[in-house]
Design a protein around this ligand. Structure first.
Ligand code: AMP
Length: 373
């Protein structure tokens, strides 16, 4: 993994692989600090491309395009985990990739990710590798039911997942199981879903953000409440897990850690995201340093101060048509920090924007955005 000591200072160029909203918010932070920003994305005028100095319009695995971005960039970063790792290896000698490629190798593959966690003493739900119906049967016998069968790669927001319980339609699973590699996990009866953003600065100091409480609809993050409405002991434990994870990974950049809080107060890691995370967007308005500022500072080897949250915050995602409703209603809600990602096409359940509200009362914040909940 790539650690370095001399910071990359503005007006150096930061190249971002991926032009979605995370890339856009990274680019906005970087631009405010005086960096130049280049983006690689197949969609012309992608959200990040709209705010960058230049966009290379090409597929993420287009080696010629990736080389062009790498040659023009002092630092290369990524905004999603399914970056072509072989392509990235081929540009490693052209630029600096502070997050490294190994972080992607681990986090883009659920089995490798959970195995990594287990090997480093980080808590995860019991799991097993599955490649056939017989393998699934063995896994269920060993781990128990109910469970979830997930593809090891490529799944997100609940895609590529099957519930395994008494009602499971085994024919559907049988017809799909040979097509790819799977992980079987015990389904946890959690009381809350939490997340923590974590990063390391240029001097290897680990910095954690406040703990978010996350509510999902249709497996997609819908609302985050910060600070999470749980005990201080649970929040402290979540941040300690984040610190241990960052150290085990020799982290650069921001990492999002999704956790389940069990009725006993025990925590389990569900997933690691090797980049800023949707549930950390609140930090733009509610903290002294946003997760995007922290990401840029970390990959450039700069210092990062301890994170302070000024006020409680609630964030709601604007999926599909909700963006249009938010635009129309914004004049009646001066308290909304409306983020419109500038995506050309509104699609059902597509993340089109988000709203953050901050203030002393979480009840009042939830009420302010209640039409989207
Ligand atoms: P994932 O795609 O793994 O992030 O899962 C999406 C959502 O499915 C999570 O946010 C949880 O709500 C739920 N989920 C995933 N894995 C488990 C599990 N082992 N036990 C209970 N719920 C889960």
């Amino acid at each position: 993994m790539n650690n370095y000591s001399s910071p990359v200072l503005p007006p150096a160029t930061i190249g971002i692989i991926g032009g979605g909203q995370l890339g856009q918010m990274m680019a906005l932070s970087a631009k405010a600090m005086g960096y130049k920003v280049g983006v690689l994305d197949p969609t012309d005028q992608a959200p990040a491309g709209q705010v960058a100095d230049f966009q290379i319009v090409a597929a993420y695995d287009d080696l010629t395009a990736l080389k062009r971005l790498a040659e023009k960039s002092d630092v290369l970063t990524y905004e999603f985990e399914n970056v072509d790792q072989n392509a990235l290896k081929q540009v490693e000698n052209l630029t600096s990739i502070p997050q490294g490629i190994e972080l992607l190798t681990i986090t883009s593959h659920r089995l490798r990710e959970k195995t990594f966690c287990r090997q480093h003493g980080l808590p995860v739900t019991p799991f097993a590798s599955v490649q056939s119906m017989a393998g699934l049967e063995t896994a269920i016998q060993k781990i128990g039911q109910p469970g979830l069968l997930k593809t090891v790669e490529g799944g997100y927001d609940g895609h590529g997942q099957f519930d395994i319980n008494d009602q499971t339609d085994w024919n559907v699973i049988e017809s799909e199981i040979d097509q790819t590699e799977w992980i079987y996990e015990l389904k946890q009866n959690f009381v809350r879903e939490l997340s923590v953003m974590v990063t390391r600065d240029g001097k290897d100091q680990v910095i954690t953000f406040p703990v978010s409480e996350n509510r999902h609809q249709h497996h997609i993050l819908h609302t985050s409440i910060i600070p999470a409405q749980t005990t201080d002991a649970v929040k402290h434990k979540a941040q300690q897990i984040a610190i241990n994870t960052a150290e085990a990974l020799h982290l650069r950049g921001v990492l999002g850690i999704e956790l389940f809080e069990l009725p006993s107060g025990e925590l389990m890691i569900n997933e690691l995201a090797p980049r800023p995370h949707n549930s950390g967007h609140y930090s733009i308005e509610a903290c002294n340093i946003s997760q995007f500022d922290a990401h840029i500072r970390s990959i450039c080897g700069l210092a990062i101060p301890p994170i302070r949250q000024f006020e409680p915050a609630v964030m709601v995602n604007l999926l599909g048509d909700n963006l249009l409703a938010a635009r129309a209603d914004w004049p009646a809600h001066p308290e909304w920090h409306l983020h419109d990602y500038g995506k050309a096409e509104v699609r059902e359940r597509r993340k089109m924007g988000h709203i953050t509200v901050t203030g002393p009362s979480i009840e009042a914040l939830l009420l302010s955005v209640s039409q989207f909940r």
